[in-house]
Design a protein around this ligand. Structure first.
Ligand SMILES: [Zn+2]
Length: 137
C-alpha cells in the first residue's frame, strides 16, 4: 500500500474514533486528500487547505474492544429523537440472540448487520427504564 503525501501536511493523520464507544481506535493516514474527501471535510467545517481533521469517525469502524463485543452483541444507543440523533450518553450491549428472539424482521437483520440500534428517549425508557444508566457489556 502506498500513500501520496500532501505537500503541506505530509501523511496527514487523524485519530480514528470508534463508531460504537467513542474511544480512540487507531490512526488514519490520509496523505493528500482526494477531491471528494477534501470537499466533504470542508462542508463539515474543517480546514480549507487539505489538512485532515484531528479526529474522524468512520461509520461502522470499531476499536478492538468493540470488535470483540460485536461478535456476540449489538450496541443499543439512546439518542434524543429519530430526527436528532445526538447521543444522550446511555447505551447498552445486547446479545444478538436477544435481538433475534425479540425483534421482528426485517428490523432484526438490519440491527444485526449494522451492529448498532438508535433508540429515541421514549423507546429507550420503555425497553430499559428511565433511570437506567449506561449498561456495560
Ligand atoms: Zn469501541
Amino acid at each position: 500500500m502506498s500513500i501520496r503525501l500532501d505537500p503541506k501536511h505530509g501523511v496527514n493523520p487523524s485519530v480514528q474514533v470508534c463508531f460504537f464507544c467513542g474511544e480512540d481506535a487507531g490512526v488514519v493516514l490520509f496523505g493528500a486528500l482526494h477531491r471528494e474527501t477534501r470537499r466533504a471535510f470542508q462542508e463539515q467545517g474543517f480546514s480549507e487547505d487539505g489538512e485532515a481533521p484531528r479526529s474522524v469517525v468512520i461509520p461502522g469502524g470499531a476499536c478492538t474492544k468493540c470488535e470483540e463485543l460485536l461478535q456476540e452483541r449489538v450496541l443499543f444507543v439512546e439518542v434524543e429523537s429519530e430526527e436528532k440523533t445526538t447521543r444522550t450518553g446511555r447505551c447498552a450491549w445486547v446479545r444478538r440472540t436477544v435481538v433475534e428472539d425479540m425483534i421482528t424482521e426485517p428490523m432484526a437483520s438490519t440491527i444485526l448487520e449494522g451492529g448498532m440500534c438508535y433508540l429515541d428517549v421514549n423507546t429507550w425508557s420503555q425497553l430499559f427504564g428511565a433511570e437506567t444508566a449506561t449498561v456495560p457489556a
